[in-house]
Write a protein that binds this ligand. Structure first.
Ligand SMILES: Cc1ncc(COP(=O)(O)O)c(C=O)c1O
Length: 380
């Protein structure tokens, strides 16, 4: 195929995306943040910035190699030990992104003849990791405990089984029934892998995540904890037993065949963990503000699910409605983004509103009033 034919094919695909209201563009942040994952405001926290800057001056910018070669640093091992302690596990391993952590974990532990049960709303990185494993995947309806119970109990006893779920779902803002899953996994000899991307730093007494909040440590095999959301920096920690973490170092291709992240991110992450330990009021205020916004949005007539988390989906259905609503809100000074398929199921295009601790109550009230008006305009 010539380059010319390739260009024609690509241009046609882009035109089709445009016609379906699915063409994406890259826009910088602008306006009041109601869409980022910087829930605790740590991305710009002075202490985190200072620790990162000091480390740049001391260690330089790049790691210069993979962790197994010259790219390893004491700062990575130190922050991994800190994270394992925080999470209450034997060990942890730091990956350059949550995407590479998920594909690394799932393609390392799951083998071709294993069985994998995966929530239908799991993140793309989970779907891709399971694909790489080449095992048989059964998708189950979102958070459906009865279906999971039936599937696990009917599965053969002599096959290795995995249950994979997010703890707080990134697009729905609701929680997986982790306690029930942990019991079912124990009963049926299934290994439970939990993606804590949006829960780590926020839930549980120490803020280590929803596994801590639900007291399910004993029932969970591994957690994946992204560090670019509430932790405010980048990357992800996989936390679990030391034999599993050792195996990732031996076998995980996305860990092994990649340049180690810049060492200053490890220094910044230690600072984030200090703040999470020392300032529990941040997460308490975040959750209070999240409940407030959910309540006032509900009062203004919007259909808001009742989970109480900091992620609030406003489902508008069509791609056009969602993009139009996001544009109108941006025009009013609120940085809200539209989420469309394949990120969310077809017909459920939405605004994904997120709360961060820096938002003033008066801003939340002003936003709720504006959102109410925008939604009635786009839906009329
Ligand atoms: C549930 C979930 N898992 C994994 C990821 C990937 O993490 P990262 O952005 O660090 O690659 C994300 C973020 O987009 C996510 O929402």
């Amino acid at each position: 195929m010539s380059d010319f034919a390739l260009e024609r094919r690509v241009r046609k695909a882009i035109r089709e995306l445009e016609a379906d209201g699915l063409r994406r563009t890259l826009k910088p942040p602008s306006g009041i943040d109601l869409s980022s994952n910087d829930y605790l405001g740590l991305a710009t926290h002075p202490f985190v910035k200072q620790k990162m800057a000091e480390s740049v001056m001391k260690e330089g910018c790049g790691s210069t190699g993979s962790r197994l070669l010259r790219g390893n640093r004491e700062s990575f091992t130190r922050v991994e030990r800190r994270f394992a302690e925080f999470k209450g596990t034997e060990a942890a391993l730091y990956f350059g992104s949550g995407y590479s952590a998920n594909i690394g974990v799932l393609s390392t532990f799951i083998e071709r003849n294993d069985l994998v049960f995966s929530d239908e709303h799991n993140h793309a990185s989970i779907i891709d990791g399971i694909r790489l494993s080449r095992a048989k995947r059964t998708k189950f309806p979102h958070c459906d405990v009865d279906r999971v119970a039936r599937l696990l109990r009917e599965a053969p006893l002599d096959v290795q089984k995995f249950l994979v779920t997010e703890s707080l779902f990134s697009m729905d803002g609701d929680f997986a029934p982790l306690a029930e899953y942990a019991d079912l996994c124990r009963e049926t000899g299934t290994s439970l892998i939990v993606d804590e991307a949006h829960a780590v730093g926020i839930y549980g007494n120490r803020g280590s995540g929803y596994v801590e909040h639900t007291g399910t440590h004993d029932g969970v095999f591994l957690t994946v904890n992204t560090a670019g959301k509430a932790l405010g920096v980048a990357g992800a920690f996989v936390a679990g037993p030391d034999w599993a973490i050792d195996f990732l170092i031996q076998r995980s291709r996305s860990f092994i065949f990649s340049t180690a992240p810049p060492p200053p991110v490890a220094a910044a992450l230690e600072a984030s963990l200090d703040i999470i330990r020392d300032e529990p009021e941040r997460r308490i205020q975040l959750l209070a503000k999240s409940r407030l916004l959910r309540r006032i949005l509900g009062d203004s007539g919007l259909d808001i699910p009742s989970s109480g988390s900091q992620i609030i989906p406003v489902i508008l259905g069509t791609n056009k409605r969602a993009t139009q609503a996001a544009e109108e809100l941006q025009h009013e000074g609120f940085d809200v983004r539209a989420l469309r398929p394949p990120t969310v199921p077809a017909g459920t295009a939405r605004l994904r509103v997120t709360v961060n601790v820096g938002l003033e109550e008066s801003t939340l009230h002003r936003f709720a009033t504006t959102l109410g008006k925008v939604c009635s305009t786009v839906c009329s």
